[in-house]
Design a protein around this ligand. Structure first.
Ligand SMILES: [Zn+2]
Ligand SMILES: [Zn+2]
Length: 342
């Protein structure tokens, strides 16, 4: 079968290769992948700016159907189900305090699918049954490929940050995770401003069509002025930095009202300089958000059942063979979320 493989360390070294079809181990099931989204992490693996372990098949945001079960798990999985897959727990120690508390993201031994072990930009992959999260029957299958990034947004917005009815939120960075944060905020009825750069034009337009209260191109207008105008001069209640850009982090700190909450969702990949005194003098609460827990996934699946449709951020669908064009469109920010269909 064809698989999109990072075949050796260093920048690049990704191509579509023939790999053997996997057979499930005793405790695994074999899944037929029906759709897999391209994530910023896949670009990082391509450019070697994120930890990876070649040879490894990319892709971790996927949905599929069970086609075969290992001997030890025979009969335990409903074959008629469509499943979103928690690839992040592919390898974890299962014994440390973080694994035991469900905060497996922090396990020092953790390796996720798509960079640590082989992922889902291919036709078949093998996982453990505990990694499967069944979609409710009312949920369209494609939504399953959005569960992983949506869970990251649910964690940031609904678990890490205290967002109250009547709050005004700022999302800085309209990439897929930023727009999914927007969707979760809107689902909770929160008035949300979304900021980006001129290169984000298409994504800001998408944010407006999703229901953002106001979008701001920070290269064309002053974010500080818009925030003042929209909040009677006081500043936003909560800010989510999702761009992983120094100027964006600074803008979030400046835009918050005293006693507001700042949540770091994006990754900078380097040290940055921000006016840290703002945190003290405005008495801000600052938190980091990485990934999700098992409980987040359960909650995320319920949100899909309630009608939240993360696939609204999907702008393009490609065949796996056309991965290169898909990656480029995503990298140029012309696309927001791109699904590959093996
Ligand atoms: Zn992802
Ligand atoms: Zn652990």
């Amino acid at each position: 079968m064809k698989a999109l493989v990072k075949f050796q360390p260093g920048p690049g070294h990704v191509e579509l290769r023939d790999v053997p079809e996997p057979t499930p181990a005793d405790h695994q099931v074999k899944l037929e992948v029906t759709a897999c989204g391209i994530c910023g992490t896949d670009l990082h693996v391509l450019h070697d700016t994120f930890r990876n372990f070649p040879p490894v098949t990319l892709g971790h945001e996927f949905v599929g159907r069970v086609v075969e079960e290992g001997a030890a798990v025979k009969g335990t999985v409903d074959r008629s189900g469509r499943y979103a897959v928690l690839g992040a727990t592919a390898v974890r120690c299962g014994r440390c305090r973080w694994c035991l508390s469900g905060d497996f993201m922090l396990c020092p031994d953790r390796r996720g699918m798509g960079h640590g072990v082989s992922g889902a930009f291919t036709r078949y992959t093998c996982v453990r049954p505990d990694q499967l999260f069944r979609l409710e029957d009312s949920t369209p299958e494609e939504e399953g490929a959005l569960v992983e990034p949506l869970a990251a947004a649910v964690h940031a917005v609904g678990e890490i940050t205290e967002v109250r009815p009547g709050d005004i939120a700022l999302v800085s960075g309209p990439g897929p995770i930023g727009l999914l944060c927007l969707l979760v905020l809107l689902h909770r009825g929160i008035r949300t401003l979304v900021a980006g750069t001129s290169q984000d034009g298409a994504r800001l337009a998408l944010a407006r069509s999703l229901g953002a209260w106001r979008t701001i191109d920070v290269q064309k207008e002053s974010l500080a002025e818009v925030v003042r105008a929209e909040t009677e001069g006081s500043g936003v209640d909560v800010a989510f930095e999702v761009a992983g850009v120094e100027a964006s982090a600074r803008a979030c700190l400046e835009s918050l009202r005293p006693l507001g909450s700042y949540t770091q969702v994006g990754h900078f990949g380097r040290d940055i300089t921000v006016p840290f005194d703002r945190i003290g003098f405005k008495q801000l609460r600052v938190a980091g958000s990485v990934g999700y827990t098992v409980a987040t996934w359960v909650r995320t699946l319920r949100l899909l059942g309630e009608g939240l449709r993360p696939s609204r951020i999907v702008t393009h669908r490609f065949r796996l063979e056309d991965w290169q064009a898909a990656f480029e469109l995503f990298e140029q920010k012309e696309a927001t979320k791109v699904l590959l269909r093996p």
